[in-house]
Design a binder for this molecule. Structure first.
Ligand SMILES: Cc1cc2nc3c(=O)[nH]c(=O)nc-3n(C[C@H](O)[C@H](O)[C@H](O)COP(=O)(O)OP(=O)(O)OC[C@H]3O[C@@H](n4cnc5c(N)ncnc54)[C@H](O)[C@@H]3O)c2cc1C
Length: 301
């Protein structure tokens, strides 16, 4: 359960008090506003605020005074053109502010995306909750044999049970020690900023994260990808669903020209041309490294 009843009540109050505005509103995004979408066992993403919609992108591209006179089809066509040709600044006119609750080891990957504004829950000021990410059994997997940076088959039987027991036991023990150290009963109590140092990286943290649509697409391109770690990918997937409702034309263009697209090197394009001309191109005569050839074959298959 990611939200306490008090937190849910705050959200319900906000959703029950609509206000009229002259600002652009995305009907799809209004449905998400304030609502927490659960991710992993204790995490969530929720939209706290946003600016702009699909029309804001085309307005900026045309530097128009109002909505403009162009048709919806023209707007969609323009957005697709902008995305196809990497004309990115119009997408920066849309912004979103999110509240995210996530394990610390996921936060460490997430924070590498520097083109956002962040404010994190302070574990110097506040006491962290006893909430730790414990993977579902199907996500407890062995080290991958083909990818050093990934996982392979799911662990089975006793080994899986032992790993889960270790994860749970260590988390609880570390938190018990954290509580003991900060306690002021019969002792001074260690400062929270120090006591947190023995907490494991699967403890949950929270932050507000504000980003424009261009940089959000960059984040999603990398983190909704199959190469991203599952635990951050599920956050990216949840965000994709939200963005799809917020800016449907822009999201479709993103899906077509970024998420579902591939980039080919000059050598790959050359190989493709030779193949289309009927030549038998092989690993030996392709002019690429073994790994590149494997990746190229992966694209074609
Ligand atoms: C599958 C995967 C594996 C990864 N593995 C590792 C790893 O093993 N080790 C590791 O350290 N990281 C790793 N990363 C993180 C990765 O290297 C990037 O730091 C992260 O994806 C953020 O990307 P970014 O810098 O493009 O994004 P942002 O920080 O959002 O930047 C967006 C763009 O702005 C520009 N930009 C922003 N800041 C600067 C700057 N200071 N100077 C110049 N240009 C800037 C760049 O063009 C950048 O692409 C991994 C990421 C992925 C997706």
């Amino acid at each position: 359960m990611p939200l306490s009843p008090e937190q849910q009540a705050e959200i319900d109050t906000l959703r029950a008090s609509p206000r009229s505005t002259l600002r652009t509103v995305s009907e799809g995004m209004e449905r998400h506003l304030y609502t927490a979408h659960p991710v992993l066992d204790h995490g969530f993403v929720r939209v706290v605020d946003y600016m702009g919609d699909d029309a804001a992108i085309t307005q900026a591209a045309r530097v128009s005074y109002g909505k403009g006179t162009r048709s919806v089809q023209n707007d969609e066509g323009l957005i697709r053109y902008l995305m196809r040709h990497w004309h990115s600044t119009p997408f920066e006119m849309c912004e979103v502010k999110l509240h995210v609750k996530l394990p610390v080891f996921v936060a460490r990957q997430w924070i590498r995306h520097r083109t956002a504004n962040v404010n994190e829950y302070s574990a110097r000021y506040s006491i962290l909750d006893r909430e730790f990410y414990i993977p579902a059994p199907e996500h407890v997997a062995a080290q991958s044999e083909v990818n050093n940076q990934g996982r392979g088959d799911t662990l089975q039987g006793d080994e899986a049970a032992r790993v889960l027991e270790i994860l749970k036991g260590d988390s609880m023990r570390a938190y018990d020690h954290y509580e003991q150290m900060i306690s002021q009963e019969g002792q001074q109590g260690l400062a929270r900023e120090l006591a947190r140092m023995n907490l494991p990286a699967n403890i949950y943290t929270q932050w507000y994260w504000k980003v424009d649509l261009h940089n959000l697409f960059h984040f999603l391109r990398l983190r909704a990808d199959a190469h991203a770690q599952y635990e951050i990918r599920v956050y990216a997937d949840a965000l994709c669903e939200i963005v799809k409702d917020w800016v449907p034309f822009a999201y479709k263009a993103f899906e077509d020209y970024r998420l579902g697209a591939v980039s080919l090197s000059a050598q790959m394009v050359d190989c493709l041309k030779r193949m289309l001309n009927g030549e038998a191109v092989t690993e030996e005569n392709c002019g690429m490294s073994k790994r590149e050839w494997r990746e190229f074959k992966g694209v074609l298959e």
